[in-house]
Design a protein. Structure first.
Length: 354
């Protein structure tokens, strides 16, 4: 097996699809410059056409990056909004899915089996469909009513930003004061560049410390919920090839905490600055006082931003940790997969993932 030095590994990692932090500042800045006006126009069009329901639909990482859109819609607007995994959306067959519905979908490849099926299901019901994808020649780009193609490997941050813009614009049109949130969004690219430069050493230290750990519990709540899901299930397991589990933070108290009697796990907490923060602190105290080891990623450490921005702020330090953790586990090609993308778990013409 090829073994790389840390410097060789890092040089290769910076070219991978997984490690998007090196391009995040530039690509997010470009995305905001190129797509903001169009996404705002789509929000205005949705309201003027009388849209009565919005669904956000995706799978894996692309389910996670739409969460904030739904979260903001429900927090700041009166338009009904619901969040589905792609096949769950089809199986639920929502009664409100019709010509007065907007369905927003995401798939990095644009050819994800689950999400292609959901897109075609929504189109058949007469809904208006919007897609976020990186590939202009993909099914989601060709078959959605309004494809937003971003041509970047920043597969989490760019659709996240798009979902932010859409929902904030709906809130603005409905009379909410969101100017400060827009101003903060404009600042985010440079902040991510700063975090990228500053968090590497901490990540290297943590990854080295926990190089032999084969199970991580990831806990997150509130605005950070989906980012916790992403790393607990679609990064730590997918890219580090270890056991991992994700829990909503407050749910740890409802049963899972009893395992602390015999097991002292490593627990990764994503701590936001929203209403969930007090509960996060409580659960951290419970974990530490019963012998668990805690790794804490805290949005408060990265600047004075509205709590809604925690997924942006915590993405880069978590990604650095995952990248160096992969290295310590002998995974030198971050884009290599054992099952995904090999036709072993997918079916359908032109379907490439998973």
């Amino acid at each position: 097996m090829l073994v790389l030095t840390l410097d060789e590994f890092l040089a290769n990692a910076k070219k991978s699809v997984l490690f998007t932090s090196p391009v995040m500042e530039k690509d997010l800045s470009d995305f905001l410059s190129e797509q903001t006006a169009r996404i705002k126009a789509l929000a205005e069009q949705a309201l003027s056409s009388g849209i009565k329901q919005i669904y956000w639909v995706g799978s894996g990482n692309s389910w996670c990056n739409l969460y904030s859109g739904d979260y903001i819609m429900n927090r700041l607007t009166d338009i009904p909004s619901t969040y589905y995994r792609s096949y769950d959306f089809i199986w639920a067959n929502p009664s409100r899915l019709d010509k007065d519905t907007l369905v927003i979908l995401a798939s990095f490849s644009g050819n994800t089996e689950d999400t292609v099926a959901a897109l075609r299901f929504a189109n058949a019901k007469g809904a208006t469909t919007v897609s976020f994808t990186s590939k202009a020649d993909s099914i989601l780009a060709r078959e959605a009513d309004e494809p937003i193609v971003y041509n970047s490997n920043a597969l989490f941050i760019l659709p996240l930003a798009g979902a932010f813009i859409f929902s904030l614009e709906v809130a603005r049109i409905q009379g909410r004061d969101v100017e400060g949130l827009y101003e903060q969004l404009e600042r985010i690219p440079k902040v991510l560049g700063k975090i990228y430069a500053e968090e590497e050493s901490r990540a290297l230290r943590l990854a080295g410390k926990y190089r032999d750990c084969d199970l991580f519990y990831v806990l997150a709540s509130g605005a950070s919920y989906a980012l916790g899901y992403k790393f607990g299930l679609t990064v730590f397991m997918e890219n580090m090839r270890i056991n991992a589990s994700f829990m909503e933070t407050s749910e740890f108290r409802h049963g899972p905490a009893e395992m602390l009697d015999d097991f002292k796990p490593v627990m990764v907490f994503l701590v936001g600055t929203d209403e969930s923060r007090e509960m996060s602190e409580r659960v951290i105290r419970i974990a530490e006082s019963n012998g668990a080891e805690v790794i804490r990623f805290d949005a408060r450490d990265y600047g004075d931003f509205d709590p809604l921005f925690s997924p942006f702020l915590l993405m880069v330090p978590l990604q650095w940790f995952a990248v160096y953790s992969a290295y310590y586990r002998g995974i030198f090609d971050l884009d290599e997969r054992v099952l995904m993308g090999r036709g072993k778990m997918s079916s359908g013409s032109q379907i490439t993932w998973p």
